[in-house]
Ligand binder design. Structure first.
Ligand SMILES: Nc1ncnc2c1ncn2[C@@H]1O[C@H](COP(=O)(O)OP(=O)(O)OP(=O)(O)O)[C@@H](O)[C@H]1O
Ligand SMILES: [Mg+2]
Length: 267
């Protein structure tokens, strides 16, 4: 019998059972993380549904990166629990940092193939999959170039392709497009949103930008300056398919206003 595709209720993406794509549920329960005396994350609880696109906003130094690193398992909580369901998916988590972190001595294609190489996948398959991932970010023609020969926006696209190449079920991004000019950033935001709609993965996106959060996410959380308290946890009521025209819609302005008010509010 051919398995019936399931539709992700949030992204609308088709998920074929057995397909690696699709999202995970992330549940943080009373998570605490301190650095010496400084309690950066205090009793933080948040539940992120399968296939959700969550934006995390907050002032500089409030603990956004620490939170993301905790979810990625790059740092351990002092107490509390972080559950990812299904739990065999640590392997399917990908992280995109603010800097592209490409290996300068490797070509674009070899950089994107790296995670597959580390997973022990053979050369033909990994280069084929890396090439397809580059295609998804519109960079196939640059595959034999070296990182130094790319613009900042191209480097970030390579970094995104490298994150997508393993078909992650959980994609974590820490201000990935912050250093780019606005037009490049808008393009990459639009592409990321499309990829999310196609794949239905769970995405957690950290940003300083209210505009970017409202454009990308289905849910936005605004954090307090200290201790990662949740000032606002809001579902964004905007169309699923988003393009630059949406930026002129009153609903978009209204969502941005809501986020701005929460950002400006005293803790
Ligand atoms: N490894 C570490 N050792 C000591 N202190 C740390 C460490 N990592 C983060 N911190 C401190 O924790 C606090 C939160 O840092 P974090 O990088 O999570 O903030 P952020 O919200 O991501 O800031 P930004 O928006 O500037 O990126 C800061 O005061 C920072 O100095
Ligand atoms: Mg940070």
């Amino acid at each position: 019998m051919i398995p019936r595709p399931r539709i992700n209720p949030i992204s609308g993406a088709e998920q074929v059972p057995g397909n690696e794509a699709g999202g995970v549920r992330v549940a943080l329960d009373k998570v605490r993380r301190a650095f010496g005396e400084l309690v950066v994350v205090a009793d933080f609880s948040l539940s992120i549904t399968t296939g959700e696109f969550l934006a995390i906003l907050g002032p500089s130094g409030c603990g956004k990166s620490t939170l993301l690193r905790l979810v990625a398992g790059l740092t351990a909580p002092d107490s509390g629990h972080i559950g990812i369901t299904p739990d065999d998916t640590r392997f399917h988590t990908a992280f995109v940092f603010q800097d592209a972190h490409l290996l300068p001595w490797r070509t674009v294609l070899e950089n994107v193939a790296l995670p597959l190489e580390l997973m022990g996948i053979g050369v033909t398959e990994r280069l084929g999959r890396a090439s397809a991932a580059l295609d998804e970010v519109g960079l196939r023609e640059a595959e034999s170039r070296y990182p130094a020969q790319l613009s900042g926006g191209m480097r970030m696209r390579v970094s995104l392709a490298r994150a997508l190449v393993t078909r992650p079920r959980l994609l974590l991004l820490d201000e990935p497009f912050a250093a780019l000019d606005e037009i490049t950033r808008f393009r990459l935001d639009a592409r990321l949103r499309e990829l999310w709609l196609e794949r239905g993965m769970t995405v957690i996106f950290v940003t300083h930008s209210i505009t970017e959060a409202a454009f990308l996410a289905n849910r936005a959380v605004v954090l307090t300056r200290k201790g990662c308290g949740i000032k606002l946890d809001r579902r964004l009521e905007l169309p699923q398919v988003r393009d630059n025209e949406m930026r002129a819609m009153p609903e978009f302005a209204s969502e941005m206003q809501g986020l701005l008010a929460a950002m400006e509010e005293e803790d």
